[in-house]
Design a protein around this ligand. Structure first.
Ligand SMILES: Nc1ncnc2c1ncn2[C@@H]1O[C@H](COP(=O)(O)OP(=O)(O)O)[C@@H](O)[C@H]1O
Ligand SMILES: [Mg+2]
Length: 294
């Protein structure tokens, strides 16, 4: 671990890990403030130019977004021979992935409590010309006050105006069809991924699934959005309407982050205060298999 980092921070046990990063619990030696240190092993990244570019983009993007509500605060970055260490606001180690696995299904009000801050964070990124490109439950964390924070800008990219991006980034269940088909794309790939998260919270399983990454990609490309009655009869028409607008294959028709925030489901707090759809029904055991998420 970098000498300069050790001089300024006491680093303790692991809080989480992803593809390249291990996130540790740490404290500032100067202020005593609790922080998280994300250490990215440069030697694991290899020669893929896209991954190398992303490695150096992460701290740059976080710096630009620091202080934006619902986005992890960035403090500083250290680099040594083998690692880049990014010092971040500390969350309590629970992420949305764990919550989805433990909860099976969310009520619409509970899903709204996730979607509102998540979409605000995404809208802020897009306004500042940043696409996250890997929106998924593992990259959504919660702090001690249970506030949602969007994390992991390790795949993020800057864009300007209508300029398109390229490169296959993302995670199978959440990836947008235009990325799977190797077309250039814009920031609306994040809306697709957020739509997949909303669907998963309401249904307990992803909208486009398969046994292998290849099968999932084929399902994503078909983009055949279904609302199985057994699960969705308890979900409001407004929620389904929003899902259709986020999970639209045609990028021009797909909603922007601002449009999502203005949709009636979002402005009515997920139908909170009493919708007139039937009471929630038990969800079919088989259809909410956790295995499909792992
Ligand atoms: N600031 C943080 N505080 C607490 N846990 C975090 C924090 N940042 C990330 N994590 C946890 O660590 C995991 C890996 O971090 P992430 O930034 O997603 O790394 P990777 O780029 O390798 O996916 C996340 O899925 C999350 O559970
Ligand atoms: Mg991650």
């Amino acid at each position: 671990m970098s000498e300069a980092l050790k001089k300024n921070y006491r680093v303790y046990d692991e809080l989480g890990r992803g593809r390249f990063g291990v996130v540790y619990k740490a404290y500032s030696k100067i202020s005593g403030e609790p922080v998280a240190v994300k250490s990215i092993n440069k030697t694991q990244i290899g020669d893929c130019s896209l991954d190398r570019k992303c490695l150096y983009n992460e701290a740059k993007v976080m710096n630009k977004l620091s202080g934006v509500p619902h986005i992890l605060r960035f403090f500083e970055v250290y680099e040594d021979e083998n690692f880049v260490h990014i010092v971040l606001e500390r969350c309590n180690g629970s992420d949305l992935f764990g919550r989805i696995l433990s909860r099976n299904v969310f009520s619409e009000e509970e899903a709204f409590a996730v979607m509102r801050p998540l979409m605000e964070a995404i809208a802020h990124c897009h306004r500042l010309g940043i696409a996250h490109r890997d929106i998924k439950p593992e990259n959504v964390v919660f702090n001690d006050q249970n506030e949602l924070k969007l994390a992991d800008f390790g795949s993020a990219e800057f864009f300007q105006g209508d300029q398109l991006m390229s490169g296959v980034v993302g995670t199978p269940y959440y990836i947008a069809p235009e990325v799977v088909s190797h077309r250039d794309y814009n920031e609306k790939i994040d809306i697709w991924s957020a739509g997949v998260i909303l669907y998963m919270m309401l249904a307990g399983f992803p909208p486009f699934h398969g046994q292998s990454a290849k099968d999932i990609f084929e399902a994503v490309l078909r983009a055949n959005l279904r609302f199985p009655t057994q699960v969705f009869r308890s979900v409001s028409p407004t929620a389904k309407d929003l899902l259709r607008k986020m999970l639209t294959k045609d990028v021009h028709r797909r909603f922007s982050a601002e449009q999502v925030l203005r949709h009636p489901w979002m402005t009515s707090r997920g139908g909170g205060g009493g919708g007139n759809w039937p009471e929630a029904v038990a969800v079919c055991e088989a259809s909410r298999s956790a295995a499909v998420l792992s």
